[in-house]
Design a protein around this ligand. Structure first.
Ligand SMILES: *Cc1c(COP(=O)(O)O)cnc(C)c1O
Length: 345
């Protein structure tokens, strides 16, 4: 049923990708005079490995996938999100379907690429049913966007419905797992070998505490990864990002685990403190490092908090999030400052 050749845009199928100096010579040598680099100021004088082989090997070992199943984005997850549209969606002809509400970048990337974006509203439990979602799709639907745990609602999506969606859709299902490290649910990375049409997105920005470094990851069958590699900018992950990420993976895995543990404990503390506040009407269950709360008046409380120097995300204008604030779990001191300021409302 799934056929990558039919799915990819014709111009991309026929594209002859740019071939870098590093692509054309991959053997051992000591004198590099092939890329018009400056011989001084090592190591920043050299172009980075266009395929990021060393970093992919480290990530592959850590995530228990093959290096060939990994695409790395040097502008965070924004890069694979945009590339999926550019590679698979013909502007003004194809469409995509996404749960709603969800992460705003999918819609922005659709608009930039002039691709119709269809919203499939989540239900009252902020969850979805594969049948309803798939009924929004037609023969021109190339991508389905799922996010679990979902932003801004915080909950995980029903695993059986995710599976049903993947199994019953002939296009690509993108499952954004940016917050998976904060959840007790299992990642879909272990299911990759079963599904040729599944793309899992993860990022260095959340649990890995490296949002400033801008490194995103897409995991999929090699057929899909090959298409993304063909379309990407040749040197899309820079030397500084590669260095940081490699060091981080090798040396700081223990720290990452400790940070996640601390943040989960803080999430629990913050939940009970928020529940006791008169201005908080409802707290939605969270599998992420943020909490969505329904308040008596999101706009007024947001302004009050800003006056106290505390910034949260006002989600009042988002569907199913009327009068809701999205609060990131911070340090104990930061969380206490937030609760104190909200207590004055
Ligand atoms: C934060 C977030 C990301 C990460 O984006 P980066 O570009 O990698 O920083 C991806 N998806 C969702 C749903 C997010 O909330």
């Amino acid at each position: 049923m799934f056929n990558i050749e039919n799915l990819v845009r014709k111009n991309i199928r026929e594209l002859k990708p740019y071939s870098t100096a590093r692509d054309e010579f991959a053997g051992e040598a000591s004198v590099f005079l092939d890329a018009n680099e400056n011989p001084y100021n090592a190591p920043y004088n050299r172009y980075p490995d266009p395929m990021q082989r060393e970093l992919k090997r480290a990530i592959a070992a850590q995530k228990n996938v093959a290096a060939e199943q990994i695409f790395l984005g040097g502008s965070g997850s924004d890069e694979p999100i945009d590339l999926l549209f550019r590679a698979f969606c013909e502007p003004k002809e194809d469409n995509v379907v996404a749960i709603a509400p969800t992460y705003g970048m999918y819609k922005v990337a659709a608009d930039v690429n002039n691709v119709e974006y269809r919203r499939a509203p989540l239900n009252e439990q902020r969850d979805f049913c594969a049948g309803d979602l798939l009924s929004a799709a037609d023969e021109r639907t190339k991508l389905i966007w799922l996010c679990s745990p979902n932003n801004p609602t915080g909950n995980s999506l029903n695993r059986n419905e995710v599976v049903k969606t993947i199994e019953n859709f002939s296009g690509i299902v993108v499952l954004d797992e940016a917050y998976i490290d904060f959840s007790e649910r299992k990642t879909f990375l272990s299911e990759l070998h079963k599904y040729p049409n599944l793309v899992v997105l993860q990022t260095f920005s959340k649990a890995w505490a490296s949002a400033g470094v801008r490194l995103g990851m897409a995991f999929a069958a090699t057929e899909i990864i090959d298409v993304l590699n063909k379309v990407k900018y040749p040197y899309n992950v820079n030397v500084l990002t590669l260095q940081h990420a490699l060091q981080h993976i090798v040396q700081r895995e223990h720290d990452v685990r400790a940070w996640v543990k601390t943040l989960l404990a803080e999430r629990k503390t913050l939940l009970s403190a928020l529940a006791a506040l008169p201005c908080v009407l409802r707290i939605f269950p969270s599998d992420a490092n943020f909490i969505l709360v329904k308040t008596t008046n999101a706009n007024a409380i947001y302004r009050h908090l800003v006056g106290k120097g505390v910034v949260v995300r006002n989600r009042h204008s988002v569907e199913l999030c009327e009068d809701c604030l999205r609060i990131t779990v911070g340090t104990p001191q930061e969380n206490a400052a937030l609760v104190a300021a909200m207590g004055e409302v």
